[in-house]
Design a protein around this ligand. Structure first.
Ligand SMILES: [Zn+2]
Ligand SMILES: [Zn+2]
Length: 175
């Protein structure tokens, strides 16, 4: 979704509220790929605070399917955050500065709402996701989800290959 900023830019002091839909259905980044399963329309308030200077604010409300860190089952995770941006669209701001500020969501005189939201998701993404505090995770031997059923594996006596992995894991924990 693109918002044309021309009208706002030509009226200092002018404020306009936009109701827009976020078109993103999947969030793909270097941390993984996650389905967006629910989203609220985004209300963006854009204000012209001075010649060629705009502020953008809004509240994002998205729900993602994020796999549990232990059992890998999808966990519906609601992520809400505020967007507060000020942008300078003066021609005398050099391209270098614009690049530093990473205003890739401004395209000519258009605001690319999805790009703006996309950039903010990473900053607000949870670092840890578990389905429940008591999640038992997966069996290290057969991969069974131990929340659903106990497998018959003896997880204390590991075969030599698994024992080696266990050693590495234990050493790692001690560091
Ligand atoms: Zn889990
Ligand atoms: Zn097992």
């Amino acid at each position: 979704m693109l918002i044309n900023l021309t009208e706002l830019l030509s009226n200092v002091g002018y404020t306009k509220t936009f109701q827009t839909d976020i078109l993103l259905n999947v969030y793909e980044s270097n941390i993984g790929t996650y389905d967006i399963v629910d989203k609220q329309p985004l209300e963006l308030i854009i204000t012209n605070i001075a010649k060629n200077k705009l502020t953008i604010s809004g509240e994002v409300d998205l729900t993602f399917n994020i796999p549990c860190d232990r059992c890998l089952e999808d966990v519906k995770t609601n992520i809400r955050f505020s967007i507060e941006k000020s942008i300078d669209m003066s021609d005398d701001v050099s391209d270098e500065v614009k690049e530093l500020e990473e205003q890739d969501y401004i395209n000519g005189y258009n605001l690319d709402v999805d790009k703006l939201v996309y950039d903010e998701i990473l900053i607000n993404f949870p670092s840890k996701t578990i389905c429940k505090e008591a999640c038992k995770g997966l069996c290290m031997k057969c991969g069974a989800n131990l929340n659903i059923s106990e497998c018959n594996c003896d997880r204390h006596v590991l075969d030599p290959r698994m024992a080696a992995i266990q050693d590495i894991y234990n050493n790692y924990k001690e560091v």
